[in-house]
Design a protein around this ligand. Structure first.
Ligand code: RIB
Length: 310
């Protein structure tokens, strides 16, 4: 059995993407100019990005016993991700995400989680030996929150670092997610749902980061899209803005997942790097991803990236 340095417990979705000139209003029908399907789901996206940077990964997830599920398993294989813990449910369909992307690269996403919600404690137990040997565990909220929390507890019990991405956000997130997150990484809208504070700039992000630290996180990163992110930790309690390079976005779908996947890679393989440097490099990788259409299709491979990122 291969050892995985980065273990992701999370979702797989088939992305059904329409490109449109603008986002529709409620009740409105508009013309799009392109439709395509792709591989998505926040968990799988993060795992694929980490794998493309060179991480040995393991994905613990559930898809349906349907053509989307079969295709997803092939996709993991193509990305060098072991499929030992990619379970197939008999009684639910592979998760699907309807995505609309406008000409500025902004998106709307609706997910129907399907088989993702059937990932259970037994699936985690079967992977316990892999979880306990990992360097980093990554979780999100497109599977049952109780299973994400159980996975994070299993990881921490074995001294594995936890990187939690509370997406999609829940206003009533169980308090234990904060205390079991070594790194808690959310975007502006997730931060607002969690704290009730609108995040419009780096200063707001710093305030929100401090509130999340008070709830028990060790380190908080609030991503700000083109503005990079703000990081704050119990060890360095003054919020630090880490800007991103300016690029022209084509499609921002999954950019946050590219960031999280890259960060998981750096945490596992370059643990001696200062967190600020890991975050800078992860910003750089995510900003490359927004310059191409699609979710995983836009994630860069190590061989195409500047060597100073490694
Ligand atoms: O974060 C982007 C992802 O969110 C998409 O791939 C979609 O599947 C949804 O999970």
């Amino acid at each position: 059995m291969a050892v995985a340095e980065v273990v992701v417990v999370g979702s797989c979705m088939t992305d059904l993407v329409s490109l449109t000139p603008r986002l529709p209003k409620a009740g409105e029908t508009i013309h799009g100019h392109k439709f395509f399907t792709g591989f998505g789901g926040k968990g799988a996206n993060q795992c694929v990005q980490a794998a493309r940077l060179g991480a040995k990964t393991s994905m613990i997830c559930k898809v349906g016993k349907d053509s989307f599920g079969n295709d997803y398993i092939e996709n993991f294989k193509k990305n060098g991700i072991p499929t030992e813990f990619v379970n197939q449910a008999e009684d639910a369909a592979t998760g699907a995400a309807s995505i609309v992307v406008n000409s500025e690269g902004q998106n709307f996403i609706v997910i129907v989680a399907g088989a993702n919600l059937l990932l259970n404690s037994n699936d985690l137990k079967r992977a316990a030996h892999v979880i306990s040997k990992a360097k980093v565990m990554v979780c999100q909220l497109e599977i049952s929150p109780a299973i994400s929390l159980e996975a994070m507890k299993m990881a921490q019990a074995s001294g594995v670092k936890t990187l939690f991405n509370p997406a999609p956000a829940l206003a009533d997130l169980n308090q234990e997610f904060y205390t079991h997150s070594d790194i808690f990484c959310c975007n502006e809208s997730e931060a607002e749902i969690l704290t009730g504070i609108a995040v419009g700039n780096a200063e707001d992000a710093g305030r929100v980061g401090c509130i999340l630290l008070e709830r028990g996180c060790k380190t908080v990163i609030v991503t700000l899209g083109p503005e990079g992110c703000v990081m704050v930790s119990t060890k360095a309690p003054t919020p630090k803005h880490v800007p991103a390079q300016k690029v022209t976005p084509v499609d921002t779908t999954g950019a946050g997942d590219s960031f999280v996947g890259a960060l998981a890679f750096y945490l596992a393989y370059y643990p001696q790097l200062p967190l600020e440097e890991m975050v800078k490099r992860s910003n750089c990788i995510a900003s490359i991803s927004v310059q191409t259409t699609g979710t995983q299709t836009s994630y860069p491979y190590r061989k195409s990236l500047p060597q100073n990122l490694f």
